[in-house]
Structures are given as structure tokens and as C-alpha cells.
Design a protein around this ligand. Structure first.
Ligand code: HEC
Ligand code: HEC
Ligand code: HEC
Ligand code: HEC
Ligand code: HEC
Length: 193
């Protein structure tokens, strides 16, 4: 009786180490270089649309996160009294430096993702892949896999398959699943170089 109780406890401890401790050791968490609130800028309060900042260039390629020059259009001098805005002006806009944002969805070099093709041709909404990031008020920690260097959003497999929202994954199975529902049965080389 006693022995089997210890066995059960041992198994439970082993499992929790695998489920909670191992991921905690595998990922390094770091803060973004500056506080940024999408909600202040977008939606009813801010009035800006996603494509005001996340533009395509002349050749139709997605430009990603806007450069400091975009922020300077409004923040050449502080509009409010917040510490983060003061930091933006002093540390980045005045010395004309780019903000080293960490990209949650960054893919490995060997995977090819034509961003504009998904938003303009396929007309997939931003939130379908990125979730509510566009209306968020604070930035979560960026989690980096210590071994591969990849962001947890694309790599840290949700082993249990529970608790994860679809947008928490930019993982291969997510890409492949949507392509299959859209009758795109591409081979490995469609996405890999
Ligand atoms: C005022 C300019 C601005 C507007 C407007 C804006 N963004 Fe952003 N966006 C940023 C900046 C700066 C970052 C980098 C900080 C961060 O991760 O939030 C960013 C980052 C992101 C990211 C994170 C990408 C990644 O994987 O790291 C997503 C997703 C995003 N924006 C979506 C949206 C959506 C959707 C909208 C419209 C609802 C929107 N943004 C409107 C400036 C803007
Ligand atoms: C179209 C004008 C406009 C642009 C472009 C713009 N902002 Fe703002 N931003 C505002 C307004 C308006 C506020 C609210 C001011 C206040 O009351 O503090 C604000 C507030 C802020 C704040 C302080 C509030 C907070 O939530 O911390 C930060 C930081 C900030 N913006 C960062 C940025 C960055 C980074 C960019 C460039 C990617 C940018 N903004 C581009 C208009 C703009
Ligand atoms: C089909 C899924 C999908 C849709 C729809 C989508 N994205 Fe993305 N987005 C991604 C992936 C995957 C990446 C990472 C690309 C890479 O690293 O090569 C990304 C990267 C980004 C980045 C960071 C780019 C960088 O490298 O600086 C921003 C910002 C972003 N997306 C905003 C948006 C906005 C705004 C929309 C809507 C107009 C949108 N996304 C629609 C999947 C998507
Ligand atoms: C929500 C659905 C959806 C998701 C998620 C998605 N895709 Fe796509 N993808 C599409 C659709 C639809 C097209 C066809 C667009 C068109 O050309 O009209 C496409 C086209 C492509 C193409 C171009 C293929 C060609 O033959 O021209 C590549 C490459 C691609 N996707 C890679 C990716 C990768 C990598 C991911 C994951 C990071 C991903 N996609 C996630 C729906 C999706
Ligand atoms: C629809 C796009 C898509 C298709 C099709 C696809 N992959 Fe991927 N694959 C990705 C993306 C995006 C990643 C990076 C995110 C991740 O690791 O889940 C990836 C990651 C990988 C990795 C890990 C790469 C690394 O740097 O660690 C391997 C290995 C891989 N894929 C093999 C394959 C093979 C083999 C096939 C064909 C059976 C295939 N993939 C088909 C999108 C795709």
C-alpha cells in the first residue's frame, strides 16, 4: 500500500517536472525594450488602423514593425506625461535610433513565409494568426528557447494541447492545417528552403 503510494507520488513529481520545470528551464524570458500599448493607438481610443503602422513597401513586401521615423510623426516631443513616452523621445527619437523590438512570431531562416500574400491575396485577418496583440495594452515577456534560439510562439510545443489558443502558435502544424483546409496540399519545399 505504502510503496504504491510512493510510486504514484514519484510519477506525479516526475510528470510535473516534465510539464512545468522543464519548460521553465528551457526558455529565457526577456522584456521588450520599451512599453508599448496598441490599445492607446488603435481602436476607438487611438483611431489608427493596423496598416497605418504596419505597411507594405513599394514592391508589395510587408514592412513589419514601423521604424522610429513613424513614431516621430507624432512624438517629436512628448504629448502626455508618461515615463515610457519620455523614454521614447529621449532614448530613441531624439538620437534617431531604432527600437530593438523582439519579434514573437519570428520564423527560422529555413522557413519561408510570404506575409503580404496572406493579408492582401488571401485576406486573412491579422487576429486570425496573431490573436489580440493589436488591441493589447501591455507587452508580455518574450520567451526564447535556450537551445534553438527560437521564440516560444513558434517553437515551444504545447505538448498537452490544452490551454493554447490557436494564435499562440505560429508553428508548422498550424500553417499546414490551414493550408489543408484551403486545399493547399503543398510539399515541404513550399515553405522550406
Ligand atoms: C502606432 C503604430 C502601430 C499601430 C497603429 C499598430 N501597431 Fe502593431 N506594432 C507596433 C509596434 C511599435 C510593435 C512592436 C512592439 C510590440 O510587439 O507590440 C508592433 C507589433 C505588432 C505585432 C507583434 C509581431 C510579433 O510577432 O512580434 C503584431 C501582431 C501587431 N503589431 C499587430 C497589429 C495590429 C493587428 C494592429 C491593428 C489593430 C496594429 N498592430 C497596429 C506599432 C503599431
Ligand atoms: C498618429 C500619431 C501617433 C503615432 C504615429 C504614434 N503615436 Fe504613440 N501616442 C499617440 C497618442 C495620441 C498617445 C497618447 C498620449 C498621451 O496621452 O500620453 C500616444 C502614446 C504613446 C506612448 C505613451 C502611452 C503608453 O501607453 O505608454 C508611447 C510609449 C507611445 N505612444 C509609443 C509610440 C511608438 C513606439 C510609436 C511608433 C511605433 C508611436 N507611439 C506612434 C499618437 C501616436
Ligand atoms: C497567416 C498568418 C498571418 C496573418 C494573417 C498575419 N500575420 Fe503577421 N506574421 C505572421 C508570421 C508567421 C510572422 C513571422 C514572419 C517571419 O518571421 O518570417 C508575422 C510577422 C508579423 C510582424 C513582425 C514582422 C517583423 O519581422 O518585423 C508584425 C508586426 C505582424 N506580423 C503584423 C501583422 C498585421 C498588422 C497583420 C494584419 C494586417 C498580420 N500580421 C497578419 C503571420 C501572420
Ligand atoms: C489561416 C490560414 C493560413 C495560415 C495560418 C497560413 N497560411 Fe500560408 N497561405 C494561406 C492561403 C489561403 C494561401 C494562398 C494565398 C494566395 O496566393 O491566394 C497561402 C499561401 C502561402 C504560401 C505561398 C505558396 C505558393 O505556392 O504561392 C506560402 C509559402 C505559405 N502560405 C506559407 C505559410 C507558412 C510558413 C505559414 C505558417 C507560419 C502559413 N503559410 C500559415 C493560408 C494560411
Ligand atoms: C505550410 C508551410 C510548411 C510546410 C508545408 C512544411 N513546413 Fe516545416 N516548418 C514550417 C514552419 C513555419 C516551421 C518553423 C516553426 C516550427 O518549428 O514549428 C517549420 C519547421 C520545420 C522543421 C524544424 C526546423 C528547425 O529549424 O528547427 C523541420 C525539420 C521541418 N519543418 C520539416 C518539414 C518537412 C519534412 C515538411 C514536409 C513533409 C515540412 N516541414 C513542410 C512550415 C512548413
Amino acid at each position: 500500500m505504502r510503496a504504491s503510494l510512493f510510486t504514484v507520488i514519484g510519477i506525479l513529481l516526475g510528470l510535473s517536472a516534465g510539464w512545468f520545470l522543464f519548460p521553465a528551464l528551457l526558455y529565457r524570458s526577456s522584456e521588450q525594450p520599451l512599453h508599448f500599448s496598441h490599445r492607446t493607438h488603435t481602436g476607438e481610443s487611438g483611431g489608427m488602423s493596423c496598416t497605418d503602422c504596419h505597411t507594405l513597401n513599394e514592391t508589395g513586401r510587408f514592412q513589419g514593425i514601423p521604424a522610429t521615423a513613424k513614431c516621430a510623426e507624432c512624438h517629436a516631443a512628448p504629448l502626455g506625461t508618461s515615463v515610457s513616452e519620455q523614454r521614447l523621445v529621449d532614448e530613441f527619437i531624439t538620437p534617431n535610433k531604432e527600437i530593438p523590438w523582439k519579434i514573437y512570431s519570428r520564423q527560422p531562416d529555413n522557413a519561408h513565409f510570404p506575409h503580404a500574400q496572406h493579408t492582401t491575396l488571401a485576406e486573412i485577418a491579422c487576429a486570425e494568426c496573431h490573436g489580440p496583440h493589436g488591441t493589447s495594452d501591455t507587452l508580455r515577456l518574450h520567451q526564447t528557447n535556450r537551445i534553438s534560439g527560437y521564440s516560444r510562439d513558434i517553437w515551444g510545443a504545447n505538448i498537452a494541447g490544452i490551454g493554447g489558443e490557436p494564435w499562440e502558435g505560429m508553428k508548422m502544424d498550424r500553417c499546414v492545417r490551414c493550408h489543408a483546409t484551403n486545399n493547399r496540399r503543398d510539399g515541404c519545399v513550399a515553405c522550406h528552403k
